[in-house]
Design a protein around this ligand. Structure first.
Ligand code: AGP
Length: 610
């Protein structure tokens, strides 16, 4: 999730731009850049790493007293590793147009090819760089820059929040929004733009939120807003009421709740541009087709939540692609002297891409001679680079230590991999399409579950003082049970254990008593009756049951003390939905117990040590 900031006015100095993007650091980034317009030229700087200790004074353009404008950007890499060349702003061939962008241009490859055929030279791997070259090309035929800018926007497919400068109009910033938020700040002698109000509130609290399909032309003394067709639109000025800290968390009390709530969007982003309906399969750009064809076994290595995701991946790959799949903790793999058959694909699953045990497992796998791919969230991370190929989950920065949206996006990507490899190994077109349809329904279904979060909060308050929880599930919901237990223990410090439901009678059922609630995951159609049996077992021993059930399962709801319904989906996709109530349950129990939800004791977001 990149950060945008722009300032049109007499204070458009480099330091003001730096201060603006420093207010956006909380969004997570791996590189940054800024650009000033003035004296008939653009002055640009781009860096990898943190915004600190950089001397930007050299950027200041010779001031003849005329107002200036400037834009600045923090990049969270999606297309292209975090390098200076890939950092924004990106410019046209002549270096007269500079653009910063938040979002994903889905048709960037076709646009790039067309522009290159007209002689445009590209210097980055990013999707964004097509925008300045497109405007440059259209400026040859359009009557003015604004028309060329609007014409270019109409050719873009995907999501964008954009700010652009043109050297010929040094006090003007060209802005547009489609799918990625853009807010304008209205100052006394300046006009500003940003991805969210955080960088604006030190300048003004008067803001205007652009809607999708709207553009704005900013000047130091005002602005005009238009549709992409050029029609003028009037926008209402609003007052920013919340604090800087609220803004950074998007108005949520904690990053964790914000990230749980982002899952409809993050699931959509994991799917974006990867569904090939005509062939009932998935398009996974970062992995060679012939490698996936010749693979005979898979071996997933991961830690923590990512290991739980890997266990779902095992069931997906075995059931959809009939490929024998093992899942091993990173530390067990690196020291366990693993046996890898020829044509084994080692799949490293890691949100941060920096987990030491998983990274070491990848290096061990490569030493043994296995092919490796990474399923990571952080572009250009160590595990992603060590694997050399893989599939990014595009969940955006995950700030809360407890992983939530990354887990569901990992499951989406593993599902896409499984259906893709399944279609190579005899899965029918119809079965493929049914699976893809179910995947595409997930964002809206996740939204529905989130709409019931107050019900989960009530259940959490009811059980928040219990000292032990059990989570039970089978097949696809066994890893979900493990993940639900991990969520609860890591942020509320309450002991919780995930148990394979049939295994309860082999020991854990001895733990059942009135003060030990059991979360029963029973939303898979195929084994729902078995889970009903488990529920009876628990009730017979005076245990409390919190059920996660398919919508309409009144029989189970009548048995359980509390029930959370989730929309119907295919069994292999159930954990993507059933984990959301578990994330919420853990969150609200932790809040009720007064725990530090975003920074739980003893834990780090990325475990880069053994
Ligand atoms: C999950 O909530 C934890 N923060 C932790 O288990 C985490 O999943 C684990 O450390 C692996 O991290 P990774 O996905 O970045 O490799």
């Amino acid at each position: 999730m990149c950060g945008i900031f722009g300032y049109a006015g007499s204070e458009a100095r480099p330091e003001v731009l730096i201060e603006g993007i420093k207010r956006l650091e909380y969004r997570g980034y791996d590189s940054w850049g800024l650009c000033l317009a003035g004296n008939d030229r653009l002055s640009l700087m781009r860096r990898v790493g943190r915004i600190s200790g950089v001397d930007v004074s050299a950027l200041a353009l010779g001031r003849d007293g005329s107002p200036l404008s400037g834009i600045a950007h923090t990049r969270w890499a999606t297309h292209g590793a975090p390098t200076e060349a890939n950092a924004h702003p990106h410019v046209d061939c002549a270096g007269r147009i500079a653009v910063i962008h938040n979002g994903i241009i889905e048709n960037h490859a076709a646009l790039r090819a067309s522009l290159q055929s007209k002689g445009h030279r590209f210097t980055s791997e990013t999707d964004t760089e097509v925008i300045p070259h497109l405007v440059e090309e259209l400026l040859k035929s359009e009557s003015d820059f604004t028309s060329a800018f609007l014409a270019a926007l109409k050719l873009l497919v995907g999501a964008y929040g954009i700010a652009a400068l043109w050297a010929e109009t040094p006090d003007t910033i060209y802005v547009a929004r489609h799918g990625s938020p853009i807010v304008l700040g209205v100052g006394k002698s300046s006009t500003l733009v940003a991805s969210d109000p955080a960088p604006l509130v030190t300048h003004t609290r008067d803001v205007i939120y652009l809607d999708d399909g709207e553009a704005a032309i900013l000047h130091p003394d005002g602005f005009e807003t238009r549709t992409l067709e050029g029609t003028r639109v009037s926008k209402r000025v609003q007052q920013v009421a919340f604090s800087l800290q609220d803004i950074e968390r998007g108005g949520f009390p904690h990053f964790m709740l914000k990230e749980i709530a982002e899952q409809p969007e993050s699931i959509h982003n994991a799917l974006r541009g990867r569904i090939v309906r005509s062939e009932g399969t998935a398009k996974l750009g970062g992995v060679e087709e012939d490698l996936l064809r010749r693979v005979r076994r898979c071996h997933i290595v991961a830690c923590g939540t990512s290991w739980n995701a890997g266990l779902v991946g095992k069931y997906l790959l075995e059931n959809l692609a009939r490929i024998p799949t093992q899942v091993t903790f990173g530390a067990e793999f690196r020291y366990g002297h693993p046996v890898l058959e020829p044509d084994t694909l080692v799949i490293a699953v890691s949100q941060s891409g920096e987990t030491a045990d998983t990274l070491a497992a990848v290096r061990e796998a490569k030493l043994i001679g296995a092919e490796t791919i990474g399923i990571c969230n952080v572009v250009g991370s160590s595990i992603a680079r060590e694997c050399g190929k893989g599939i990014y989950i595009h969940a955006g920065p995950e700030i809360g230590v407890a992983s939530t949206k990354a887990f569901t996006s990992q499951l989406v990507v593993l599902s896409l991999l499984a259906v893709h490899m399944g279609r190579m190994r005899g899965m029918s077109l119809r079965a493929g399409l049914l699976f893809l349809d179910a995947l595409e329904r997930l964002p809206a279904q996740a939204e529905r579950i989130l709409g019931e979060k107050e019900q989960v909060a009530r259940i959490a308050r009811k059980y928040a003082q219990c000292r032990d929880f059990l989570y039970v599930g089978r097949l696809y919901e066994y890893p979900a049970a493990l993940e639900g237990a991990l969520k609860l223990k890591e942020i509320s410090y309450v002991h919780a254990e995930g148990v394979q439901a049939a295994e309860m009678k082999h020991g854990p059922i001895a733990l059942i008593e009135p003060g030990v609630p059991t979360v029963v995951l029973a939303a898979q159609a195929e084994i729902r009756d078995k889970m009903l049996g488990n529920t009876h077992e628990i009730l017979a021993r005076s245990g409390k049951v919190i059920a996660v059930a398919q919508e309409g399962d009144e029989e189970l709801a009548n048995l359980a003390h509390d029930t959370i319904f989730i929309p119907k989906t295919l069994d292999p996709l159930v954990p993507i939905l059933s984990v959301i109530p578990l994330q919420l349950l853990a969150y609200y129990v932790a809040v009720e117990r007064g725990c530090d939800v975003d920074k739980p004791r003893n834990l780090a977001k990325s475990v880069t040590v053994e």
